[in-house]
Design a protein around this ligand. Structure first.
Ligand code: PLP
Length: 401
């Protein structure tokens, strides 16, 4: 007599099905380009040296205990994390109108922010780019928000549909939430220029929309923490409100530590106090308080200027390796005389590129060449190496000619 036997099978997840297909492929030359995690030239996961040092320092500090953190997390982490995204001399920080809550990486920060907005924002419509990271619609829908899309990617130019984006945001109801990826847009690799960001900012403010930044790749796109935070800082500099979800999964390689933060920039200290207390009401019934270890690692690195510098060097190393993979792949396709314009590979930024390959071509790449990517043709540049670039270029050349 089973109550649970009536549970329906879950629908197949398209990303997981690619990963499983690759796992089950016995070919020794198989190549998985579907996952969003950094790999070294040798194809291995990377733990940053500075993270190892921070962990050793923490392990040697016998004064540390395992008590619960406060509901909003490690205070030192929250302060340093806010400074990292807003900049040391942000007026919003000086005016005490910023609320930061340690959350479970980027996903948890988006979820807590969404739950807060679903209760306290009068307009429940949330606009996300088309396309966007696959988890965005799920996170926001489950929180009770109503998801709509704004035009973002133009398949013809393999770049930004800026006109379409402005038209769609211009038609959004006042108070609607707009999800903006701060840099290194997933899955397309297409970011607005700073001039375009300024036009977006003006439109968002003039239409009284509420920006919710997803900053999952600060420092990972350009190699500069400041440059990758610039879009967010442009919005904060105008004195208006916004939310920011930060993640240390990619830029510190702390994927499994689940460390990130939700920052809410308010218009006054008085508003910030109320917002802070309401966010705690979201957190308490969800998981009570966040975990200590990842927050301690990040705080240790951010507060020590030597470690901070070493981190920026290792971070730039990851960003530069990805940029170099773009150049190598582009050069390899040029050298083969592969039909089509492949310049988008070097124009795109961050971990991913939309190759422009069709689903049929993607399936062919898997079947014939043992190269796996998501069905939308997205590849992770971070999973490539100098050794595998020729293999990918050969396969792309074969499927498009
Ligand atoms: N936002 C974007 C755009 C992402 O690409 C990701 C991860 O791939 C995340 C958020 C969340 O990552 P995490 O929860 O590991 O920080």
């Amino acid at each position: 007599n089973s109550i649970l036997s009536s549970v329906l099978p879950a629908p197949e997840d398209p990303v997981l099905s690619v990963i499983f297909a690759c796992r089950d492929d016995p070919s020794p030359v198989k190549l998985n380009l579907s996952a969003g995690t950094y790999r070294t030239e040798e194809g291995k996961p990377l733990v940053l040296d500075v993270v190892r040092r921070a962990e050793q320092q923490l392990a040697n500090d016998l004064s540390r205990d395992k008590e619960y953190l406060p509901l909003n997390g490690l205070p030192e982490f929250n302060k340093l994390s806010t400074k990292l995204i807003l900049g040391d001399d942000s007026p919003a920080l000086k005016e005490n109108r910023v609320v930061t809550t340690q959350c479970l990486s980027g996903t948890g920060s988006l979820r807590v922010g969404a739950e807060f907005l679903a209760t306290h924002n009068k307009e429940s419509v949330i606009f996300v780019p088309n396309p966007t990271w696959g988890n965005h619609p799920r996170i926001f829908t489950l929180a009770g928000l109503s998801v709509q899309y704004f035009r973002y990617y133009d398949p013809k130019s393999r770049g930004l549909d800026f006109k379409g984006m402005l038209e769609d945001l211009g038609a959004a109801p006042p108070g609607a939430i707009v999800v903006l990826q701060a840099c290194a847009h997933n899955p397309t690799g297409v970011d607005p220029t700073f001039e375009q960001w300024e036009k977006i900012r003006r439109l968002v403010r003039s239409k009284s929309l509420l920006p919710f930044f997803d900053s999952a790749y600060q420092g990972f796109a350009s190699g500069s923490l400041d440059a990758d935070a610039q879009a967010v800082r442009m919005f904060v500099a105008d004195g208006g409100e916004c939310l920011i979800a930060q993640s240390y999964a990619k830029n510190m390689g702390l994927y499994g530590e689940r460390i990130g933060s939700l920052t809410i920039v308010c218009t006054s200290e008085d508003v910030a106090k109320k917002v802070e207390n309401q966010v705690l009401l979201v957190v308490r019934p969800m998981y009570l308080t966040p975990p200590i270890h990842g927050a301690s690692i990040v705080a240790t690195i951010l507060k020590n200027s030597d470690m901070y510098n070493d981190w920026t060097i290792e971070l730039k190393g990851m960003a530069d390796r990805i940029i170099s993979m773009r150049q190598q792949l582009y050069a390899a396709l040029e050298a083969r005389g592969t039909p089509g314009d492949w310049s988008h590979i070097i124009k795109h930024i961050g971990m991913f590129t939309f190759t422009g390959l069709s689903e049929e071509q993607v399936r062919l790449m898997a079947k014939e060449y043992h190269i796996y990517m998501t069905y939308d043709g997205r590849i992770s540049m971070a999973s490539l190496s100098s050794k595998t670039v020729p293999q990918l270029a050969d396969a792309i050349h074969a499927v498009v000619t």
